[in-house]
Design a protein around this ligand. Structure first.
Ligand SMILES: *Cc1c(COP(=O)(O)O)cnc(C)c1O
Length: 406
């Protein structure tokens, strides 16, 4: 199944999870994570797939992906630590920091991490690695100056924050080699949410830029990393990404480049494998519409507030089919006007005590959860075959108070 929609989840199973663990609660289906990996692996049989840990760093997710032979793409020192903890070998980890402080670099370069690849996005990071005596594997992150993303805020291609400009790449590769680094690859990741034909064409342009750099490279490259950004259909009306089209565009653009292909998807592997369960705690009729207050909001799932992102939402009330449809806005418990999970959706008339499921919540859900308004973060329940188990405990008030000092 290429696309898993919110309706494909079993209402009975989700109600059982909520009955046992309460709400709000994340559910993550590890079988679906593996199926997503297999589908990508089929489309890119020659590529190395590195999972972008920041989409969902839960140990259960990391282990499931390690078991099917994924590598790990770590955006921070903390994610390197999480990947090591889940059993990834340093040789399978790419560390792609953005403006890392010294306290991140020092342990990474001296710890149990030898063999790890550092993706370098600025010349001064090379200086800093050099100053620390690092002469290990280095990959150059390039800012190709082309590309697309589903929102200005998540599109990083046009943003000079990430990578060295494409026109400087050859020079920097030569410098890095001359300084004794083991230069192994070039990399670009330009944003998230590739879904349409147009997006695939934008991806092709990015790969063409990196391919040009790889061809001109003064050193033999082991790999060319074309980033992540494989999208999932959040809206019911959206079609799934045509993976074969992406694979063909990538292959065409790389043509005669003699290096392994690396892709680093985050969202694609975990998004549709997760839902957030919430309970309706209040309803407020406003004309023909209803505002339903849920016990989950921006503290549990930030994407709607942060990106104006759309997530499907479904009533899991047993009699949902018998209820009249209303225009329902589902809001969270935080005193912020952006704390809206779903705006003006056609849903069965909500009632207090109803269970709601928010779909495609497996990526950038629990990872972006916060303790704003002193709300303990929700637990994660993993589903795997017939097994349902808690893989991240619900936080408690004691957890929040633990860091306080007079
Ligand atoms: C976030 C990120 C990814 C993953 O992006 P998705 O849209 O989740 O696939 C891959 N590579 C880098 C460098 C990233 O920062």
């Amino acid at each position: 199944m290429t696309t898993r929609r919110l309706d494909d989840w079993s209402a009975r199973d989700l109600r059982a999870v909520a009955a046992e663990h309460g709400t709000p609660t994340y559910v993550q289906d590890l079988d679906r994570v593996r199926a997503n990996y297999e589908r990508l692996d089929d489309a890119f049989p020659d590529a190395r797939i590195h999972y972008a840990v920041k989409a969902n760093a839960g140990r259960a997710v990391l282990k499931a992906l390690r078991e099917v032979d994924a590598g790990a793409e770590a955006a921070s020192a903390g994610e390197v630590a999480r990947a090591l903890d889940a059993g990834f070998d340093p040789s399978e980890i790419h560390y792609t920091p953005v403006n890392p402080p010294d306290r991140d670099l020092d342990p990474i370069l001296n710890g149990p991490t030898s063999g790890l690849t550092v993706t370098v996005g600025s010349r001064d990071l090379l200086d800093r690695l050099d100053a620390r005596g690092f002469d290990g594997r280095v990959c150059l992150r390039v800012h190709p100056g082309v590309g697309a993303g589903h929102s200005e805020d998540v599109a990083t291609g046009a943003d000079a924050k990430f990578g060295v400009p494409a026109e400087d790449a050859t020079t920097v590769l030569r410098e890095a080699d001359a300084r004794g680094f083991d230069v192994v690859g070039v990399h670009a990741h330009v944003g998230s949410g590739m879904l349409t034909e147009e997006d695939v064409e934008a991806h092709r342009e990015v790969v063409e830029v990196i391919a040009g750099i790889a061809r001109d490279s003064p050193v033999d490259l082991e790999f060319v990393d074309v980033g992540g950004g494989f999208g999932v259909p959040y809206r019911e009306s959206e079609e799934a990404l045509d993976l074969d089209a992406v694979a063909n565009a990538t292959r065409d653009a790389l043509a005669d480049v003699d290096a392994d292909l690396v892709v680093e998807p985050g969202r694609y592997l975990v998004a549709d494998a997760g839902v957030l369960l919430a309970e309706v705690v209040s309803t407020k009729p406003t004309g023909d519409a209803v505002v339903a207050g849920a016990d989950a909001g921006m503290t549990e799932l930030l994407r709607p507030a942060l990106y104006d992102a759309y997530h499907p939402i479904r009533s899991l009330a047993r009699d949902a089919h018998d209820r009249p449809t209303r225009t329902v806005t589902v809001v969270g418990p935080v005193c912020e006007s952006t704390d809206v999970l779903a705006d003006a959706r056609d849903l069965p008339r909500p009632a207090v005590g109803d269970l709601l499921a928010v779909g495609n919540a497996g990526a950038y859900g629990i990872e972006m959860a916060s303790n704003y308004t002193s709300r303990p973060r929700p637990p994660v329940v993993a589903v795997e075959g017939d097994d349902t188990r808690i893989v991240r405990e619900r936080e408690t008030m004691d957890d929040l108070l633990r860091f306080e000092r007079d």
